[in-house]
Design a protein around this ligand. Sequence first.
Ligand code: 4AD
Ligand code: MG
Length: 433
Amino acid sequence: MQIVRISDISRHVGKQVTIQGWVANVRSSGKIVFLQLRDGSAGILQAVVTMAVANKEVSYWQTAELLTIESSLQVVGKVKAEPRAPGGFELEVSDLKLVHRAGEYPIGKKEHGPDFLLNNRHLWLRSARQAAIMRVRDSIIWALREFFRNEGFVMTDTPILTPTSCEGTTTLFETNYFDEKAYLSQSGQLYLEALCMALGKVYDFGPTFRAEKSKTRRHLTEFWMLDAEMAFYDLDASIDLQERMIVYVIRRVLAEREADLALLKRDIAPLQKVQAPFIRMTYEEALGELKKLGSDIEWGTDLGNDDETLITKAHDRPIFITRYPAAIKAFYMKPDPEDEKLALCADMLAPEGYGEVIGGSQRIDDFALLEARIKESRLKREDFEWYLDLRRYGSVPHSGFGIGLERTVAWLCGLDHVRETIPFPRMINRLRP
Ligand code: 4AD
Ligand code: MG
């Protein structure tokens, strides 16, 4: 008895196979019951149960009614090509064993609101769309890891419980750490800077946390970030690397997840257009363009969600916006030697309105300047003594960036909200299930 996954069914035409899965749908017509089976792999398999089979009194089988939606079962049958069936194959069932009969399933074919679906996220994940998104997410993660391995990076890990902030104190999640306060990591960057002085090129990939009080389609309170940090890289070298990374990931996802993207009705033409070189413009130039597009953004303010949407819809490739005003960026960013008001930083905005997916910069490598920035930012000096050490002992120019996984998933899947990009989303008003 060969257990076969539905995604591999085309290789078993004419053979007897066993499928283990769940009933995605069931309908009967006269003496035939049509089951739509899913088994977690990509695709749906139509299984045909004829009364003749049913009447053989194979232990379990009485009526089609027994096989409720989401009941789990094991079926044996012969695979045949059937152009009219979804996926193009059909199983002629010769044996069927009900593993568990599901109660009335709360998620039906009718439209449910997002709150209902999110409350039932543990079940919603079984839907074809949600499973497709999770498979694309899986491919993005593997592609990123492969990319960095090919580039000679060392994969490493940074702590989640930390004594300080990395990206500003307003979005910190605080927790008790025995007798003192600790915060959930907003980004592994600062620790990664230490690791890059030990290992040259490093990355981490893990959950990060921000107490984002805003309700937007781009913000989660718990999200996954890959931070990369490279010794002896300036901002331009880092941007070149990011560009190669994005092209690599998209190529892999298009190759591996064609069926899932089709199921998601993702138009892949815009993804195919994501080729190097991406667009590079300064903050100043972006402001000029935004004003022409009707934005009322003022110099010195960050791009809002609407600005990001506006500017990325005007281009068909990702945009690196460089050299933001230092005052609106993090304390560790190196000032532009040509204009100290600006930071040597770059955000990568994804096209089609998706907006910021990557944030990165060249870091301050000068001890005195970093010391001054820590003071100006009113950060506790003693907590950053170790970070200052990196500028005491063999400091080098270095750069890095962080890419948000969920925003990347939303972009590649063509979703309009990040809540569907992570198995169990955490947002301002959602901690459950
Ligand atoms: O731009 P950010 O804040 O950069 C950093 O944290 C740097 N320390 C990274 C580094 O240089 N190593 O965050 C990086 C990315 C954003 O571009 C975005 O994709 C994602 O993380 N991100 C979020 N994704 C979902 N929900 C949120 N609340 C996010 N905040 C940031
Ligand atoms: Mg950012």
